[in-house]
Design a protein around this ligand. Structure first.
Ligand code: MSP
Length: 525
């Protein structure tokens, strides 16, 4: 039986276009799904849109649309963007779909029946964009502590979820499952910032607006958008219905990916809701940092937003994905800058990788009419060193990606690329070619370069899939066995392989000044 891998992204608020920061979560989930698929897992990826709540109702109104009409349009936009970005999701859930709404109502009912949800009255400072209540002391300068915007004092009859009851169980679970939260410091943050100060019961219904899922037993209430939204991860799999094969197969999720701003909802409330429902918790939740700009958060008012389409249209999908995945460190925010984008493109992609492939293909054509020499082992210590280096780097790559350190795992691939470039300098094939007695060394050199690049193409496949395909094409690798992950650990005999006659640059070098200017102008639009 094959192993399964279920990965989820947050479902997005369709309140406007998605910028590169927002797109990051989904690009990452897609890359990890592709990686797991290559490693033989039966993988499934879920994404979608979070369509209820006061914020969406207000945005729709601003656009002179009915909420449903507005979210329909935005869900289409989201699907189109993911298509442009070649995101290989298996299901796209919308919280306005009956398959979701009906189950949310049942879940709410059940939690009420079992006494976890009770009726009370709520008064607090409400931030509409964040859909969150705050107490007076949580406000910063009288504004929302999360987004810095205005808050409103609101009072309403509400239903509450008894969070306090589950805190000891949650803490025990954290303790017994040290890999549940990645990176680990996010757990400490949750405990110190939210649990130790005393976790309040959560207000889980609203009466001040109606764009939401009605509480069956008390229809003047709509379900709080976070309780509604979080359950998407199971309703999409058919939880609670007769048609629950996917739930049986894929739950508990292997990996749930979320940005740092929504860590609290996923690391505290979500596990508690699942506990209350008697459903096992996901294996792992990854909290990633944010892409910032030099002058802070991306925002329309600052004129510093960069959309994925802008980069894709001019520099291609792979360069865009590579930049996003490579530039966000595990424990800090990443900073997007036009300069660093152009530099990554020119140095990593065009120069280090692109030129390496181009030179290798050209040499194979020049010295061997394009036919890849067979593997005859190592003919000197340089070959041994190279083989050893690649073997270790693959091990390092696998460790880093298992730890979900994506930028670092990409960096490991680049150590192989740099090592191959160095190998060309060390072996100087153009000198070997002048001496008939050095033929064996020349054959070994070209073989090792092609074989190294074949491995690089496999490693790159989950992240920059088109580039990987293009590399296989230029290297003349057609046999599917030679593209499989398992072939990465051995030196394959590439007999019969013929490289392309005229290699094409993978990434054309950019004029740095011109392109930095271009991106800056686009950001102002
Ligand atoms: N609707 C909620 C999620 C509900 S999940 C049950 C939501 N949506 S969102 O559209 O605001 O955010 C989607 C994702 O984008 C989140 O993971 C969020 O952290 C991420 N990001 C938003 N801005 C970002 C950056 N600048 N950088 C990286 N990720 C960012 O939250």
């Amino acid at each position: 039986m094959s192993k399964s891998f279920y990965v989820t992204t947050p479902i997005y608020y369709p309140s406007g276009k998605f910028h590169i920061g927002t797109a990051y979560t989904t690009v990452l989930a897609d890359a990890l799904k592709r990686y797991k698929t290559l490693r033989g897992y039966d993988s499934y990826m879920l994404t979608g849109t979070d369509e209820h709540g006061q914020k969406i109702q207000e945005v729709a109104k601003k656009n002179n649309m009915e909420p449903q009409e507005y979210v329909d349009k935005m869900a289409d936009y989201a699907k189109k963007l993911w298509k442009t970005m070649d995101i290989n999701y298996d299901d796209f859930i919308r919280t306005t779909e009956p398959r979701h709404e009906i189950q949310v109502q049942k879940i709410f009912d059940r939690l009420m029946d079992q006494g976890d949800i009770y009726k009370g009255e709520y008064e607090g400072w409400y931030c509409v964009p964040c859909e969150t209540y705050f107490t007076q002391t949580q406000l910063i300068d009288g504004k929302c502590p999360d987004c810095g915007r205005e808050v409103r004092l609101m009072k309403e009859e509400s239903y509450f979820f008894n969070m306090k009851k589950y805190v000891p169980r949650l803490l025990k679970y954290y303790d017994e499952h040290p890999d549940f939260i990645k990176p680990n410091y996010r757990k400490t943050e949750m405990i110190n910032n939210f649990i130790k100060p005393g976790l309040e019961d959560l207000c889980v219904s609203r009466t001040t607006f109606d764009w939401g899922i009605k509480v069956l037993k008390d229809p003047k209430h709509v379900v709080y958008v976070w309780l509604d939204a979080l359950t998407n991860y199971i309703t999409a799999l058919g939880y609670g219905t007769e048609n629950d094969e996917l739930f049986k197969k894929f739950w508990p999720a292997s990996l749930q990916i979320v940005g740092k701003d929504i860590a609290r909802f996923h690391l505290i409330y979500w596990p508690i809701f699942l506990m209350a429902l008697g459903i096992p918790l996901p294996d792992q939740i990854l909290v990633h940092n944010w892409f910032m700009m030099k002058d802070g958060k991306m925002s329309k008012s600052k004129g510093n937003i960069i959309y994925p389409e802008t980069l894709i249209n001019r520099y291609g999908l792979d360069a865009t994905k590579y930049y996003l995945l490579r530039e966000l460190p595990v424990s800090n925010d990443g900073v997007f800058s036009p300069e660093s984008f152009v530099e990554r493109y020119n140095v990593d992609l065009s120069n280090d990788l692109g030129n390496l492939l181009n030179r290798t293909v050209a040499m194979c054509n020049k010295y061997f009419d394009g036919k890849v020499p067979s593997y005859t082992g190592c003919v000197n210590t340089v070959d041994n060193d190279l083989e050893e280096f690649i073997k270790n780097a693959i091990g390092n790559f696998e460790n880093k990606i298992t730890e979900l350190e994506i930028a670092n795992s990409l960096q490991e691939i680049w150590t192989i690329i740099s090592r191959l470039n160095k190998y060309i300098d060390e072996t100087s094939p153009w000198i070997l070619a002048k001496d008939e007695n050095e033929k064996e060394k020349l054959e070994s050199c070209i073989y090792h370069l092609i074989e190294g690049l074949r491995k690089v193409a496999i490693l790159l496949n989950p992240f920059v899939t088109n580039t990987s395909k293009n590399m296989f094409k230029q290297l003349g690798i057609t046999d599917s066995k030679l593209k499989q992950w398992d072939s990465i650990y051995t030196n394959e005999n590439l007999e019969g392989t013929k490289v392309i006659e005229k290699g094409e640059p993978l990434f054309m070098r950019l004029d740095a000044e011109e392109e930095v200017e271009y991106i800056k102008n686009e950001m102002k639009k």
